[in-house]
Design a protein around this ligand. Structure first.
Ligand code: NAD
Length: 247
């Protein structure tokens, strides 16, 4: 058990990477607060895990950061690990993107993680070995048609996280970010089911010749959350099967 006695928060935990990570953290001994939007069957997703509690809220709502951290502290009396994973992808060429689409991507993908980190920091300081894991994307360093807001928000997550690492190191808090490649989740599966040829192209582009599974990311998050990752901070860990070696 690599997270025995730890208290963790995972956002975007009803599906995909967040769901797999919340459950792996729980299997490793952590008490986990799983956060996702109302109506996403969050409780159902974690029904078989009695050390996972749930909070249905949008991370981008006013007051959500306070509610999320407050719920974790009320339930667990401490906070050791924060994983900001909730994310949305916009799809509009920059010239045509509405201000509302831009604002929504930035609010969910970048501003919410920042505000949740802010609320978490005092408790992570008290932990004595706090961990921040923010989920960016290979698109933090890459580009994609229609992905201006997504790429900008994820590049922002990288910059935010590196700066947090610098500022919080003296409290023995590490801050790292994950850069997933093409992973089979709720964000991608509907498209790939409709266009198997597109899924095939992504799989073939990667050096390991396959799409990623949510558990591939969960295992990387566990490394960063556990004592094994104690001396890793300010790092962007690419988990893409070698996708970016080619593009
Ligand atoms: P997913 O759609 O399966 O999971 C994302 C979860 O975030 C969903 O359950 C969704 O309801 C939740 N969410 C969205 N907006 C929210 C909000 N405002 N408040 C609370 N929860 C919200 O997709 P995923 O691929 O597991 O996404 C997890 C993270 O991984 C995201 O940040 C995404 O950008 C990133 N990512 C995914 C891929 C990929 O190929 N799947 C690649 C790179 C990065």
């Amino acid at each position: 058990m690599r997270l025995n006695g730890k208290s963790a928060i995972v956002t975007g935990a009803a599906s995909g990477i967040g769901r797999a990570t919340a459950q792996l953290f729980a299997q490793e001994g952590a008490r986990v607060l799983a956060v996702d939007l109302p109506g996403k069957a969050l409780a159902e997703a974690h029904r078989d895990h009695n050390t996972i509690s749930v909070l249905e809220i949008s991370v981008a709502d006013d007051g959500a950061p306070e509610a999320i951290i407050g719920t974790a502290i009320k339930g667990h009396s401490r906070l050791d690990i924060l994983m900001n994973n909730a994310g949305v992808a916009s799809n509009a060429l920059a010239e045509q993107m509405s201000r509302a689409d831009w604002d929504r991507s930035l609010a969910v993908n970048l501003t919410a993680p920042f505000l949740i980190c802010q609320q978490a920091i005092p408790h992570l300081r008290e932990s004595g070995a706090g961990r921040i894991i923010n989920v960016a994307s290979v698109m933090a360093e890459g580009t994609g048609f229609g992905l201006a807001a997504y790429c900008a928000s994820k590049a922002g997550v990288a910059g935010l996280t590196r700066t947090l690492a610098l500022e919080l190191g003296k409290f023995n808090i590490t801050a790292n970010y994950l850069l997933p490649g093409a992973i089979k989740t709720g964000m991608t599966t509907p498209l790939w089911n409709a266009r198997p040829d597109v899924a095939d192209i992504w799989a073939k582009k990667s050096a390991l010749r396959r799409l990623g599974e949510p558990t591939d990311l969960a295992k990387a998050a566990l490394f960063l959350a556990s004592d094994d990752g104690a001396f890793v901070t300010g790092h962007g860990l690419t988990v893409d099967g070698g996708l970016m070696l080619r593009v």
